[in-house]
Structure formats: structure tokens, C-alpha cells
Design a protein around this ligand. Structure first.
Ligand code: ZN
Length: 124
């Protein structure tokens, strides 16, 4: 019951409602068009309708959060050479064939390249 109340409090938060609208629009749009176009339809559509009827500052805050997350991911990727998505999957890229392999693998399962040292990554 406590978890349910917590969920209701979260759903009353305008920022969460905005992201939910983006998600709902994305799901609906992805039925008809491909993922990239659905992304643009949902983000632009949600922002447009939100700023017409609700507090525009909420949409602005939401986009600042998204921008901050993207900046962090790009910073980690290009400054610290850490691919967050691969890291979360527990994988690395083979420097030879650029396929994904488990981070602890000694030999690439795709091309049988043997990983000499840690941190050896495909930069392509
Ligand atoms: Zn390989």
C-alpha cells in the first residue's frame, strides 16, 4: 500500500506527467512509423501540447534534465572512453571485428581475437 501511495505522489508530479506523455505518444507513434520518427513526434508533440495547456517551465525543466543526461553520456564516451550502454550490459567491443563481447572474455566469440589487455576497445 505504501508503494502504491508513493506511486500516486510520483504521478502527481508534473515533471513525471510530462515524461509519461512523451512515452505514451512514443508508443502510439511507433505503431505507425519507425523509432527515429516516433521519437521526434513524441518529443515535439508532447512539448507543444504541454506548453499550450500546462506550465511551460515544466517542459523546460524536463528538457534540461534530458540535456544533462545526454551531456553526461557523451562526456563519459569521448573524454573517459566509457560507453555507458555497453558498460550497463557488462560488455565491451572487440577491437578486431567491433562485435560485442563480455567484458571478462579473453577471446572474442565472433572472430576469436584474443584480448591482450583491459580497456582494449573498438574505436570505430
Ligand atoms: Zn572480434
Amino acid at each position: 500500500m505504501e508503494a502504491f501511495k508513493g506511486l500516486l505522489v510520483l504521478l502527481n508530479e508534473p515533471l513525471i506527467q510530462f515524461f509519461l506523455w512523451v512515452a505514451v505518444l512514443y508508443v502510439i507513434a511507433s505503431i505507425f512509423v519507425d523509432r527515429r520518427i516516433s521519437f521526434w513526434i513524441s518529443t515535439i508533440g508532447a512539448t507543444y501540447f504541454w506548453t499550450k495547456s500546462q506550465d511551460p517551465l515544466v517542459a523546460l525543466r524536463a528538457w534540461l534534465i534530458v540535456l544533462a543526461v545526454f551531456t553526461l553520456i557523451l562526456l563519459l564516451r569521448y573524454v573517459f572512453h566509457l560507453n555507458v550502454i555497453l558498460f550497463l550490459k557488462g560488455k565491451k567491443r572487440c577491437p578486431m571485428c567491433c562485435e560485442e563481447a563480455y567484458r571478462k572474455a579473453k577471446v572474442c566469440p565472433h572472430c576469436h581475437y584474443s584480448f591482450a589487455s583491459e580497456g582494449e576497445e573498438c574505436r570505430g
